[in-house]
Design a protein around this ligand. Structure first.
Ligand SMILES: [Mg+2]
Length: 179
């Protein structure tokens, strides 16, 4: 489990896993989470690679069957490829966000119709996904980014992330041992 104290609290995810597929649905249910706000690039798919893999489609299908509402919240600009991805995954979509600005997270919460305390934000970046999610009062799940490619500006932020993450304990799976 990661530590949560001091000014780092807002930069600290509720839990950290290797990938979305390691998120334990029991962990979500134990917290009465009803809505999931997910980042797109490097979280659900490799950077700017908007093909829908079978595994991803199945994961969204399972989330929906289990009653979770979902929305993809991305800073990426609107694009037909992204809209197609969202429609294949049968999920809501907000593009052109400016995470960590809270108004986009609030918009996502409106679409979901859930309270922040019953919602989790999933993403691969501390300073956009985790910070924004924590600012609005959601649970936050940090995943390892998919692949090595990303926006050049993001690479700089990774250096800062390393500093923050070095203070955390080792990654824990969304922990069945922490209900
Ligand atoms: Mg990302």
């Amino acid at each position: 489990m990661v530590s949560q104290h001091g000014p780092l609290r807002l930069l600290t995810p509720s839990c950290r896993v290797k990938s979305i597929y390691d998120i334990d649905f029991q962990w979500l249910r134990a917290r009465n989470i009803q809505g999931v706000i997910s980042d797109l690039d490097n979280t659900l798919v490799p950077w700017r690679d908007y093909c829908v893999a079978r595994e991803l489609k199945d994961w969204f299908g399972k989330l929906h069957r289990e009653g979770f509402r979902t929305v993809i919240l991305t800073n990426a600009k609107p694009a037909p490829t992204i809209e197609k991805l969202a429609s294949e995954l049968e999920t809501s979509l907000i593009v052109g966000a400016r995470k960590p600005a809270v108004r986009y997270f609030r918009h996502a919460l409106e679409l979901l119709g859930t309270q922040p305390r019953f919602t989790c934000v999933i993403g691969d970046q501390i300073f956009t996904d985790v910070l924004g999610g924590n600012l609005v009062g959601c649970y936050t799940i940090l995943v390892d980014r998919i692949g090595n490619r990303e926006f050049i500006g993001t690479r700089f932020m990774r250096l800062l992330e390393k500093i923050v993450l070095s203070r955390f304990d080792e990654r824990s799976s969304c922990p069945p041992n922490d209900p």
